[in-house]
Structures are given as C-alpha cells and as structure tokens.
Design a binder for this molecule. Structure first.
Ligand SMILES: Cc1cc2nc3c(=O)[nH]c(=O)nc-3n(C[C@H](O)[C@H](O)[C@H](O)COP(=O)(O)OP(=O)(O)OC[C@H]3O[C@@H](n4cnc5c(N)ncnc54)[C@H](O)[C@@H]3O)c2cc1C
Length: 409
C-alpha cells in the first residue's frame, strides 16, 4: 500500500497549481458573474495540456494517468471553487477518455485532437425530461435509414450546450439513445458521438435552449431537441445495443473527477475559513479559532474531507489499474463501489463544509462580497445530481454489497 503520489504526479500537481494560481484564481469570480469562461482561458488550459490528460499521445493527449487527471481537477477547483472551470475540465477529460475506450478509430482521430486543443467540447448527454436517474427509460430514438442514423428526442439539463454552439470548432456529447425498441430496458440502448456543431458548422435538426441556473455560472446547462438529426455510422460508440453498459463505465470515470472537483473546492473553503478563524476576534480579543465549539467542528469537517479525498484517489488509482495498466484480476465493475463512495461522499462533504464556513463568517458570509456562497452553490450541483443523483450512488453501493437479486422487491 502506498499513500504517496509519485514524483511525476507531484511535479504535475505543482505545474497545475502554478498555472491555476496565475490564470484561474484572478478570473474565477468574473467567470461566475459573467456566465462564461473566456476562450483565451480555454486555449491557455489547452496549451498547458489540461484537456485530454488521460488521452493517448496518438490523439494529441498527454497519455497521463487517471490519478493525474484527478489531481488536475482538484487543483483547478481549489482556484475556481465555484467549479465551472473545473467542471469544464473534468467533462473534457472524462468523456473524451470514454470515447477513446469505446469509439471507432475514425471518430477518435477526428474528435479527440480537437478537444485536446480546446477548439471543441465533448460532454455527456443522457438526461431526459422524464427523469435523469432512469437511464433505461430514455425515449430518444435512433434508427438507421439508408446507412445513416436518424435521431429524434429531447435531452435536458445538459452541460455545455452554449459552449458547443459558440466554440470555433463546436463539439457535442457522448449521447445515449434507444435502438431497436422504445421499451424500458438496458439492452436496447446505443451510444453515439453526437456533434451538433462540427468544423464550425451548426447541423440541421438540433434545437437548443439554455437554462438560467443558480450557480456554477461559467458553464452553461441547457437542453436540446433532436429532430431527424443525422449521425454517421462512424459515430456509433462501442457495440450496438451495449450503450447502457458503455455509458455506465463512462459515468464511473467522470464521477471520480466530480469527486475531485468537490474536494478541491471544499479544501479552498476550509483554508479560507481557517484564515478567518485565526483572525476574527470577539469577546475581549479572543480569536474565533480559540473556541472549542469551533475547533471540534473544524476537526470533524477536515476528517470528512480527508475521507472524501481518500475515496477519490483510491477510485482514480483503481481506474488506472483497470484501464491504463490493464492489470490482471481487475475489471470495470470493481469501480462501482469505490466510485459511488467518492461521488456520494465528496459533494455532500463539500456542501456541509460550505454551510459551516458560511456560518463561521457570520453576516459577512451572507454577502456576495465574501464569495463563499459561490462554492456552496457550485458544489451543490453535484449534491443535486449532475453525473448521477446521490441516492443512485447509495443504490449502487447497496446493490453491489447485497447482490443484485436481493435488492429487488
Ligand atoms: C448543473 C447540472 C448539470 C448537469 N449536466 C448534465 C450533463 O451534462 N449531462 C446529463 O446527461 N445530465 C446532466 N445533468 C442531469 C443530471 O444527470 C440529473 O439531474 C440526474 O441524473 C438526476 O436526474 P433528475 O434531475 O431528472 O432527477 P430524478 O431522476 O427525477 O430524481 C429526483 C430525486 O429522486 C431521487 N431518486 C431517483 N431515483 C430514486 C430511487 N430509485 N430511490 C430513491 N431515490 C431516488 C434522486 O436522488 C433525486 O434526488 C445535470 C444536472 C445538473 C444539476
């Protein structure tokens, strides 16, 4: 057992930290307020090699480990605690990596280098208006006519809708749709790389809407209707009718990075709070940090944060064993519980830390000027359910502990 990062990972952390301190920290509030990550920042991140960290070098990526990817997301979230920039980063690492694992050679060599260079976005589109947790119940339908896939349906609460339409190249999503029949189930779903804008051109049959959200301002969330939207065969991801299983593996990979983002943001909140606790003086010049009631809470929250961090890096380490090292005796299902633990623990810990940190700041914490609330609402997006609702994490853990047949009524 080894709880240390390698020398290479430590050097990588230092480089991401330096970059984030220089380019992200001065901008994060402006990004949150203006609802936009400036394109020059996206390009700088790309030049730093931050997109496609786990992607193979043949597609322009860094060929790094998943642990390194989690490190990058944690560090960026520390300097952007509102997490929009961190989420932009995690989507553009996790889902392109899932495409690398399952996609066709043609699709990978076309899409991945453009994501790595920052010119295109590649996220996930599974949620539909009737309920995101029930992936087997999606209604978007794909059928093949004259050699081309025709997609009809609606996706909702999808990150990156505005970014896809605004980036010079465009981009799209790892999208799941029913194939064969619309019946509820796992074996009639296929994954597609759906690129509504590509090579700078918006395709027909894509009708986007942008939602007004309460937090995580820098990254858009929206919906879209696909109306006879055409997708070429090369964009089928993995095997026909196996999309449910491919997207679940993708979720496992993305959720590790979600946990890393929440850990990074919450670490910032605790660091900022400790600075405040050491300096705020009350009751005849006593520091807030001198009150045991506060110390006890700080210790408990730190313990929760450390647990979330350990869950996160254990899951990232396991992902490397499975996907990077292809180590004998490890398989993708081994990730289910470790990832669900990380995704359950990290957002809930972050939200609890923010609640306490806001209270420690007193009335100042309730002002916009304090900026603390930005991290609270940002990380809360993951307590609500982006990349999978919290109860679904509990269901995965209980199902794999008890056995699938014992959790059915
Ligand atoms: C900011 C943000 C960004 C997002 N980005 C994306 C994206 O890029 N791509 C994408 O596909 N989706 C995205 N989503 C959607 C997200 O995946 C869904 O919100 C999530 O899957 C939950 O779906 P839902 O919101 O429809 O809630 P529902 O599935 O309707 O669930 C509602 C509540 O019921 C609980 N629940 C559901 N089933 C059960 C059960 N069996 N037992 C007990 N409790 C249950 C859930 O925990 C939740 O609290 C995003 C969401 C947010 C908030």
């Amino acid at each position: 057992m080894n709880f240390e990062f390698s020398e290479e990972e430590e050097m990588f952390r230092d480089s991401v930290r330096e970059f984030s301190e220089r380019y992200i920290q001065p901008k994060w509030v402006e990004v949150d307020e203006s609802n936009k990550i400036p394109y020059d920042l996206i390009k700088k991140m790309a030049d730093q090699g931050l997109f496609g960290i786990p992607i193979s070098e043949e597609y322009g990526g860094m060929g790094g480990t998943y642990v390194m990817t989690a490190i990058a997301v944690e560090e960026v979230a520390y300097y952007d605690p509102a997490v929009a920039i961190a989420v932009y980063l995690l989507l553009n690492n996790g889902w392109p990596y899932a495409l690398e694992l399952f996609g066709s050679e043609e699709a990978k060599s076309e899409i991945l280098p453009k994501v790595v260079s920052g010119e295109a976005f590649f996220g996930i589109a599974s949620t539909e208006p009737q309920g995101g947790s029930d992936v087997a119940g999606i209604k978007t339908f794909a059928e093949k006519k004259d050699g081309v896939w025709i997609l009809n349906g609606e996706k909702s609460y999808i990150s990156g809708v505005r970014e896809v339409t605004e980036l010079p190249m465009g981009g799209g999503w790892f999208l799941v749709a029913k194939t064969g029949s619309l019946e509820w189930g796992h074996r009639n779903i296929t994954a597609f790389a759906v690129l509504p804008k590509w090579n700078g051109k918006l395709k027909d049959g894509f009708k986007p809407t942008i939602y007004e959200e309460i937090g995580r301002g820098g990254l858009s969330t929206g919906g879209f209707i696909l109306e006879n939207f055409e997708v070429e065969d090369k964009y089928v991801i993995g095997e026909l009718n196996k999309g449910f299983y491919h997207v679940m593996e993708g979720f496992n990979l993305a959720r590790i990075l979600v946990a890393a983002a929440c850990v990074g943001s919450a670490r910032w909140a605790l660091d900022a709070a400790m600075e405040w606790l050491r300096n705020r003086k009350l009751f005849q010049d006593r520091r807030l940090s001198s009150f045991q009631g506060i110390q006890f809470k700080l210790a408990e929250l730190y313990a929760d944060l450390e647990a979330a961090r350990l869950f996160t890096y254990k899951a990232a380490w396991l992902a490397d064993k499975i996907y990077k090292e292809k180590a004998e005796g490890y398989n993708p299902k081994d990730l289910n519980i470790p990832v669900a633990l990380a995704k359950m623990k990290a957002p809930e810990t972050a939200t609890r830390i923010y609640e306490e940190v806001l209270k420690w700041h007193g009335a100042y914490g309730y002002t916009k000027e304090s900026n603390v609330y930005r991290g609270w609402i940002g990380t809360f997006s993951y307590t609500i359910g982006a990349e999978g609702a919290q109860n679904i994490m509990r269901i995965i853990i209980a199902r794999d502990l008890l056995g699938r047949e014992y959790v059915r009524g």
